[in-house]
Ligand binder design. Structure first.
Ligand code: NAD
Length: 427
């Protein structure tokens, strides 16, 4: 295989996350015997747009220059799909790595998309609302020729939200001269956004727990669950597990964790967080640190905050029999080896947290057809798609002798490879 980067380097894509994404692809390509030409092609994104633009902050005389990116990893499967991240350390390699992971995730879920990701290098926490609006509209204008309902459909990611998607939709629509809701997903419902999108990732993850626990020989009802992170994914995962009869014994956020061996009243905890902003100060529970949280006695562990939290330092101390990864990349490669040796069953991120992109797919389909589904239909279809993806990954894992993470990647990569082979090389 010829290496387009040359010996060992990653050229303009150099970043720790890209290295990791590539190491993962190379490992799985090896074990599944991936065609060399396809493997080489998948190691680099098909299209990457880097732009800089002027950005004026309120009360500042100086006009700043901001870097922004949109990377489309695979254009073979249909339009590309993936979130836009506003963060101070965003770079081309990181965005390209996240775009690659989106390819595996959308393919694994059999959605008609390739992977993409976008980013603006800015700290959104210090921006005013008008500043975020200006930044978003300029980013959209810069990317006007690479995004669109038939080409590339952004969605929210870290630092962006429903309002940002509404501004993207509006800016794009102003440029093309008519309302075009299908250009983004994760919009407010008034603009063609999907009901149940907000809960989709957490609830989708929990919908896999009955099949996983049955496979492992226990039941969700009465099992002890620990959730790291109490934001969009963590909150709805905790709530859905609680509704299923599990004892959610601990949850945490950036300020620390709360613990009750008899199970927390999750709706009450949610109310507290809505009123107070964080878990801090929640009454009548034991406080635990985020480090201690991973060592608590439990059956199911749901990391649902930041990446890289299950490491070689704590993987030995985890008591859970099942880990369902809500966060993207919560487990380091070293830790993964330890979990495998310890026979801890992992539902990997590209499967466990795929509920979000699946409901985004539904949103896009509804926008294109101008025909909107009921919440019941959305939830039922989400369960069906998640459930069959889980069954297929489990079957690959059992029949071909892979762990669940490798099996999920094999399934995702295999579908893309087949599509590339049948399309052939142009011209
Ligand atoms: P969020 O911002 O809504 O919530 C994040 C939560 O994690 C908050 O409770 C925050 O306090 C907590 N947190 C942040 N840093 C922490 C730390 N160092 N230690 C402990 N807790 C910390 O984000 P989200 O949308 O819930 O996303 C969480 C994870 O799930 C991310 O990895 C994201 O990439 C992934 N994800 C989200 C979606 C989605 O639909 N929202 C879909 C797929 C994957």
């Amino acid at each position: 295989m010829t290496d387009p980067f040359g010996e060992g380097g990653l050229g303009e894509l150099e970043s720790p996350l890209y290295r990791e994404a590539l190491a993962q692809l190379d490992r799985v390509a090896g074990v599944m015997g991936l065609d060399d030409n396809i493997h080489a092609r998948l190691r680099v994104p098909q299209r990457a747009t880097v732009t800089t633009f002027p950005f004026r902050r309120e009360g500042y005389y100086e006009v700043e220059t901001v870097f922004a990116y949109r990377v489309q990893h695979v254009l073979t499967m249909g339009p590309t799909k993936g979130g836009i991240r506003y963060a101070p350390d965003v770079n081309l390699g990181e965005v390209a790595a996240l775009a690659m992971l989106m390819t595996w995730k959308t393919s694994l879920m059999s959605l008609p998309f390739g992977g993409a990701k976008g980013g603006v290098r800015v700290d959104p926490t210090v921006l005013t609302r008008p500043e975020v609006q200006r930044l978003t509209r300029r980013y959209t204008a810069e990317m006007i020729n690479v995004i669109g309902p038939d080409t590339d459909i952004p969605a929210p990611d870290m630092g962006t939200n429903e309002q940002v998607m509404a501004w993207i939709m509006d800016t794009y629509s102003q440029h093309v001269g008519h309302a075009e809701p299908g250009v983004v997903t994760g919009k407010p419902p008034e603009l063609g956004g999907s009901v149940a999108r907000r809960e989709a990732t957490g609830r989708g993850l929990v919908s896999l727990l009955p099949a996983a626990t049955t496979h492992l020989g226990f039941e969700v009802e009465g099992s002890r669950v620990v959730v790291h992170g109490f934001g969009n994914v963590g909150q709805y995962a905790a709530l859905a597990a609680h509704e299923m009869g599990a004892l959610v014994v601990a949850v945490s956020d950036v300020t620390g964790g709360i613990y009750n061996s008899k199970g927390l009243d999750i709706p009450q905890v949610q109310e507290w967080v809505t009123e107070n902003g964080t878990l801090s100060g929640y009454p009548d529970v034991d406080m635990v640190s985020n480090e201690e949280l991973f060592e608590l006695e439990c059956d199911i562990l749901i990391p649902a905050a930041v990446g890289g939290v299950i490491t070689r330092d704590n993987a030995d101390k985890i008591t859970a029999r099942l880990i369902a990864e809500g966060a993207n990349g919560p487990t380091t490669v070293d830790a993964d080896d330890i979990l495998r040796e310890r026979n801890i069953f992992v539902i990997p991120d590209i499967l466990a947290n795929a509920g979000g992109v699946t409901v985004s797919y539904f949103e896009w389909v509804q926008d294109l057809q101008n025909f909107f589904w009921s919440e019941g239909e959305i939830v039922a279809r989400l369960r069906e798609i998640m459930g069959s993806a889980f069954e297929e990954v489990l079957n690959i894992s059992i029949n071909e002798g892979y762990d669940m993470r490798t099996a999920a990647l094999v399934k995702g990569i295999r579908r893309v490879a087949r599509a590339k082979l049948v399309r052939g090389v142009y011209p």
